[in-house]
Design a protein around this ligand. Structure first.
Ligand code: ZN
Length: 117
């Protein structure tokens, strides 16, 4: 599981929105019956949300391993149709997760590469 220091409040109206390691989060329950996805609580804004919110896995119908397999195939240069065939999902499903991961990767890139030399 991801350490809480690497997660942040997902409430856009919260003062701690997007700030990692602020120690404002705690685990208050589980999202699924198998207890694999934690529900987080922000002490500042009192919001509760899934630890997957803001990621390509949020509300994913596929198992996380299959989503990772889709993204691994794309990373290795496979096309959308080929990825769908290899993973066993439709091309539309593969494309949906690829687009979600792409927008997430862009936001992460913008955060990590804030200053250009
Ligand atoms: Zn908050």
């Amino acid at each position: 599981m991801m350490p809480l220091e690497r997660l942040c409040c997902q409430n856009s109206k919260c003062a701690m929105y997007g700030r990692r390691g602020a120690e404002n989060l705690s685990v208050c329950g589980w999202i699924d019956r198998r207890r694999t996805i934690r529900q987080l609580y922000c002490r500042l804004c009192k919001a509760r949300f899934s630890e997957r919110k803001g990621t390509p896995l949020y509300n994913a119908k596929l198992p996380a391993g299959k989503v990772v397999a889709i993204l691994d195939h794309v990373r290795e240069g496979c096309g959308v149709r080929q990825t769908g065939r290899l993973v066993g999902v439709s091309k539309n499903t593969a494309n949906r997760y690829i687009l979600l991961a792409g927008s997430h990767a862009k936001a992460l890139h913008d955060e990590l590469v804030a200053f250009s030399p």
